[in-house]
Design a binder for this molecule. Structure first.
Ligand code: FAD
Length: 414
């Protein structure tokens, strides 16, 4: 309550106009919600951002930042901070029966960031938190959105987790970045169609002794499934420490399948998860807009989850700046839909759970990856460069004059 009152007074004083509404509200301070707050603040749109957790997540989850995301963060100075922490992944190597059957290299992309940046999601989130702190944006923790019948009208019901105090907020718009199990999505009853695989995938982050090159991702096509390996970097590695690798497979025990690599330490994180491919039927319902996992889910094949969500909110911020949020669904849904569908197809090909599919995959994949067009499709999908972002690469705007800034604030707050 005290925080709420303080923010109201600060916002009132800084805007120097009569407030009739609270600021815009972002639900969820995962990577996508934080990126949204950062992008918006560059345009003087200062949102309130809340998260139900007391602490940020420590899990490594998304391991790679793609060239498109590096482009989008460049103007905010975040890219330089990420580059200083992460390591470059130059390509992917496909193995079968103990030998290399195909390789793809990001240099073929001819982009100014011709690599994937390996950095654990917890480190990426740390950079985003520091960026928000520098911008004077505080993440309000232990504040949970609960089912809110009037959310589409901008009316959110928040509960302060520790005290169980309720707070009703009316915001000009709400950005729902509250993840896969989004309460915002349920509150406005927007359908989230798609499918979920029955068979769990298992992941382990574990130090390995291996001859696999640490500047590449590795895919092993096995007789009865697949294994994916990539180094996990946090920017806090000490010299001489063994490299931690992410091992993912569609087996009960992927580590048991590692014939050429040996675990040399404790597993740092293991988890099993069910892959889903889903997309909201509409990217907004009234004043509630969806981004990140709240809007779409797909397999980690393609490394797009977090990256695609960051692109959603980059576009969202550009539209908010132009007062054109009504175009958000039209701009994002077709892009997100194409990507979710393509990743579903690629994942089906890689996991190949029937004998016939596996035989086809093992025969075709190495040959197909020698075709330039197939390599290009794969590289562009992973790098996020498989479609243009319409508002990107337009001439950067001059910073608005003080009077222009005030009048925009006045308009927003009316
Ligand atoms: C094993 C694994 C591997 C992955 N690998 C990759 C990869 O290589 N590349 C990639 O791009 N992506 C990858 N992903 C996906 C990536 O982790 C997600 O796409 C990303 O975390 C989505 O970010 P988000 O901000 O949308 O949601 P989340 O990270 O889920 O953040 C949502 C936030 O909202 C908060 N919240 C939830 N409900 C409420 C509520 N009711 N009220 C208030 N706050 C709430 C949560 O506490 C959380 O902080 C992987 C995921 C997993 C699990």
């Amino acid at each position: 309550m005290i925080n709420c009152f303080r923010r109201y007074v600060e916002t009132y004083l800084s805007h120097n106009v009569c407030m009739t509404h609270s600021p815009p509200l972002i639900i969820g301070a995962g990577p996508v919600g934080m990126a949204a707050a950062s992008f918006l603040s560059r345009y003087d749109i200062i949102p309130r951002i809340v998260d139900k957790r007391a602490e940020p997540s420590k899990f490594s989850k998304a391991l790679a930042i793609n060239p498109r995301t590096l482009e989008l963060f460049e103007a905010s100075g975040i890219t330089d901070k990420l580059l200083a922490l992460g390591r470059k992944i130059h390509g992917a190597t496909i193995h079968r029966n103990g030998r290399i059957v195909a390789e793809v290299d990001f240099e073929e992309l001819e982009h100014r960031f011709p690599f994937m940046l390996a950095l654990s999601q917890s480190a990426t989130e740390r950079v985003l938190r520091e960026d928000l702190a520098e911008r004077g944006i505080e993440i309000e923790r232990q504040i949970e959105l609960v089912e809110s019948p009037n959310l589409a009208e901008g009316k959110a019901e928040l509960v302060h987790v520790e005290t169980q105090a309720n707070e009703s907020v009316t915001a000009p718009w709400i950005l729902a970045t509250d993840g896969a199990h989004s309460v915002a999505r349920k509150s406005v009853h927007v359908p989230f169609p798609g499918d979920t695989y029955d068979r769990a995938w298992i992941l382990d982050d574990i130090p390995l002794a291996t001859d696999f090159a640490p500047d590449r991702a590795h895919i092993k096509l096995q007789d009865d499934g697949f294994l994916f390996l990539m180094p996990v970097y946090t920017g806090e590695e000490k010299p001489g420490e063994p490299t931690v690798w992410r091992v993912i497979g569609n087996y009960p025990e992927p580590l048991a399948q590692l014939t050429e690599s040996n675990p040399i330490g404790e597993s740092q994180w293991n988890s099993s998860f069910h892959i889903a491919h889903r997309l909201v039927e509409s990217m907004n319902v009234g004043k509630v807009y969806f981004a990140g996992d709240a809007a779409h889910l797909h397999s980690p094949v393609g490394a797009r989850g977090m990256n695609l969500g960051i692109e959603d909110v980059w576009v969202f911020a550009e539209l908010a700046k132009r007062d054109e949020l009504s175009l958000y669904h039209q701009q994002r849904w077709p892009v997100d839909n194409a990507i979710v569908q393509r990743i579903r197809t690629i994942t089906g090909f890689v996991k190949a759970e029937s004998f016939i599919k596996r035989t086809l995959r093992n025969l075709l994949a190495p040959r197909m990856l020698h075709w330039k067009s197939v390599r290009e499709t794969m590289l562009k999908t992973v790098s996020g460069l498989d479609h243009p972002v319409p508002l990107l690469n337009t001439k950067p705007e001059e910073p608005p004059a003080e009077e222009g800034r005030r009048s925009r604030r006045r308009e927003r707050n009316q």
